[in-house]
Design a protein around this ligand. Structure first.
Ligand code: GDP
Length: 204
C-alpha cells in the first residue's frame, strides 16, 4: 500500500474511548520490546509515529493510527516479562479483551514474537484470546537479523511447534534492519482488507 498519510488518532483506556467502527482495523500485539513500534513506524514510513521505548511495559492504552484515511492501525498494549504482577497482567488482559471481543471492524491481528526466544505464557494467552474471538491472526517473528543461519532454518517450525499451530499457518520472519518481511506483512494486510469472512490460506 502506498502510504499517503499516517496520523495518530487517539489513546484509549476504555471501550467508550475507541473510535466508532467506521473502517477496517489491523491490530498489532506482542510482548514489550518485541519491536512493535519499530514495525509500525517502518510499515507506515514514519520515523517516530509510534514511540519506540527503551522502558518495557509502560503503555497500557489501545492506540489508534489513521492510515490513508481508510483504515486504522491499532497498537495494543505490550505485555511484560514472566514476572509481571498479577494486577498488571489483569490490566493488560482486560485492555486486550475489551478491544478484540466483538470488534467487527478488526480484520487481522499481527502477533509479534521475538525470533530469538520461545513464546511466553502471555503469548499463548494472547493467541487463545484471539482464537476465542475468531480474529484472523498472522504470526510475525521479529529481529530475524539476529538469528544464526541454523536457527533461521528451523524458525517457522519451532514457532509452530511451540504455539501448537498447524503447519499451514503462516509465520513471517521480519527484520527492521534489513526490511525483510515488510512486503509480505503488507500483502497479508491488504488481502484481509478485501477478504469477506474467511482468512487467506495460512492465516489462522
Ligand atoms: P516495542 O516495545 O515492542 O514497541 O519495541 P520497540 O519497537 O521499541 O523495539 C525495541 C528495541 O528493539 C529497540 O531498541 C529497537 O531498535 C529494536 N528492534 C526493533 N526491531 C528490530 C529488528 O528487526 N532487528 C533488530 N536488531 N532490532 C530491532
Amino acid at each position: 500500500m502506498n502510504i499517503l498519510s499516517a496520523e495518530f488518532v487517539t489513546s484509549a483506556f476504555k471501550p467508550e474511548q475507541f473510535p466508532g467502527e467506521t473502517r477496517p482495523e489491523i491490530a498489532f500485539a506482542g510482548r514489550s520490546n518485541v519491536g512493535k513500534s519499530t514495525l509500525l513506524n517502518t510499515m507506515l514510513n514514519r520515523k517516530d509515529l509510534a514511540k519506540t521505548s527503551k522502558r518495557p511495559g509502560k503503555t497500557q492504552t489501545v492506540n489508534f493510527y489513521d492510515v490513508n484515511n481508510i483504515l486504522y492501525f491499532v497498537d495494543l498494549p505490550g505485555y511484560g516479562f514472566a514476572k509481571a504482577s498479577h494486577a498488571r497482567q489483569a490490566v493488560w488482559k482486560r485492555a486486550i479483551t475489551s478491544y478484540i471481543m466483538g470488534r467487527q471492524s478488526l480484520k487481522l491481528a499481527v502477533h509479534l514474537i521475538d525470533a530469538r526466544h520461545p513464546p511466553t505464557p502471555r503469548d499463548h494467552e494472547l493467541l487463545g484470546l484471539l482464537e476465542e474471538a475468531a480474529v484472523p491472526t498472522l504470526i510475525v517473528a521479529t529481529k530475524a537479523d539476529k538469528l544464526k543461519q541454523s536457527e533461521r532454518t528451523t524458525l517457522s517450525k519451532r514457532l509452530r511447534d511451540y504455539l501448537g499451530i498447524d503447519e499451514t499457518a503462516l509465520v513471517v520472519p521480519c527484520s527492521m534492519v534489513t526490511r525483510e518481511g515488510i512486503g509480505e506483512i503488507w500483502e497479508v494486510v491488504e488481502h484481509q482488507l478485501t477478504a469477506e469472512d474467511a482468512g487467506p490460506r495460512g492465516v489462522r
